[in-house]
Design a protein around this ligand. Structure first.
Ligand SMILES: NC(=O)c1ccc[n+]([C@@H]2O[C@H](COP(=O)([O-])OP(=O)(O)OC[C@H]3O[C@@H](n4cnc5c(N)ncnc54)[C@H](O)[C@@H]3O)[C@@H](O)[C@H]2O)c1
Length: 372
């Protein structure tokens, strides 16, 4: 089905806006017609670079009747506030991850959208990638049997490096709870949870333990106090019964362990780093001693950031659910928050949130073309 491209705006013209703007030229589903930032010069620079018709202040883009949906690319700490302003202005919103730092702010986005008949979407959209759609098909086709468990391993870097002294990038996420936006777990955890929920569904309850290995870390040439757990080990019970361990650490040397493995009753599936869309999957069946490469028959194997937006605007036009849903993004924030709470409170926590598994993409779908 052919649709008129949706008119989309961007708030937040920093680093990642370049990837969205570059990819937006390829998608048939939407056009970026306006960009905005509290730093108007940043919005003007991006508009010039990517030939966007309008560079606006934040209030101006919110009031612009041409803009139907806004992609919120602001820093973590204002995701909730900016997202809410977009909804209050009567527009759909797609937030970069995490949906919001604080669970209540994330909930307010979902509730406000429901009240106003609008939609919320949430990155990351790497689970649209060929590797993840292939993994989904392997599981849905029963090639590993019933999911038993998963191993989810979010570590900071693949290569060994001394800590904490030369670690300015990570320290940014750990030294101030709001500034870093909830910490390493909230920044990178959503990639891992979106990927796993896409494969084996939502999570029912969690527990976990969290620590900060160093009380201070260097950032910007200064030692700053660490205000967030930087080594968090969670246990997840999925609604369908699988049990997973989820390590989120900024404190260990590169482990060499896989990023995500899904274990089933008749086989195991080794997945890729969920920061990526494409890559090689491996399957080990009960009767095979070796890991066997799995053929990938899906599109979206390069950096396709923005495919979640393309799917969302198409879903709005077609009246179907969008895949990178606000419900899933909220479930992810709820899960990570609850792991921290479980550690602090010595208990398991049954989650109040849940979500649908996103619908799988069609086999062989060409890149940049989500049309129905
Ligand atoms: N940088 C990356 O590689 C990357 C990758 C994936 C996702 N993300 C996500 O994208 C988001 C943005 O990341 P970034 O690296 O581009 O950040 P950035 O700091 O480079 O850019 C953020 C921009 O938002 C603007 N801004 C701040 N507060 C604002 C407000 N209240 N209203 C309007 N504009 C405001 C800033 O002026 C800045 O231009 C984050 O949520 C991050 O998690 C970043």
């Amino acid at each position: 089905m052919s649709i008129t491209p949706a008119k989309v705006g961007i708030i937040g013209c920093g680093t990642i806006s370049a990837a969205y703007l570059k990819n937006s030229k390829q998608f048939t589903a939407f056009d970026v017609v306006a960009v905005a930032d509290t730093r108007l010069e940043a919005a003007k620079a991006r508009a010039d670079e990517f030939d966007v018709p309008k560079a606006l202040g934040v209030e101006e883009i919110l009031a612009d009747p041409e803009v139907e949906l806004i992609i919120n690319l602001t820093p973590h700490r204002v995701h909730g506030k900016v997202g809410l302003a977009v909804l209050e202005a009567g527009k759909h919103v797609y937030n970069e991850k995490p949906l919001a730092v604080m669970r209540d702010d994330a909930r307010a986005l979902i509730d406000t959208a429901a009240r106003k008949g609008l939609r919320v979407g949430g990155a990351p959209d790497t689970f649209f990638g060929g590797a993840w759609q292939t993994a989904r098909k392997v599981i849905d086709d029963g090639l590993i049997g019933d999911p038993v468990g998963a191993f989810i391993n979010l570590h900071a870097r693949a290569t060994p490096r001394p800590r904490p002294q030369d670690d300015g990038y990570l320290s940014f996420y750990l030294t101030d709870f709001l500034e870093y936006g909830g910490g390493w777990a909230f920044d990178r955890g959503p990639y891992y949870l979106n990927a796993t929920i896409n494969l084996i569904g939502p999570i029912r309850r969690v527990t976990g333990s969290a620590r900060a290995t160093w009380k201070e870390r260097e950032h910007g040439g200064q030692l700053r106090q660490v205000n967030a757990p930087s080594h968090v080990a969670g246990l997840l019970d999925f609604a369908d019964g699988a049990v997973a361990q989820f390590l989120m650490t900024a404190d260990v040397y590169g482990t060499g362990l896989p990023h995500i493995e899904i274990y089933g009753s008749t086989g195991s599936l080794r997945c890729i780093d969920p920061n990526n869309f494409g890559g090689q999957l491996y399957l080990r069946k009960a009767d095979s001693p070796e890991l066997v490469p799995v053929e990938n028959q899906f599109g979206y194997n390069g950096n396709s950031r923005g495919v979640g937006v393309a799917d969302m605007v198409t879903a709005i036009r077609c009246g179907r659910p969008h895949r990178a849903s606000g419900e899933m993004a909220y479930h992810v924030v709820d899960t990570i928050t609850a792991i921290h709470e479980a550690s602090a409170e010595n208990r398991h926590i049954t989650l109040q949130s849940t979500c649908q598994r996103p619908a799988p993409l069609p086999l062989g779908l060409a890149d940049w073309t989500i049309d129905d």
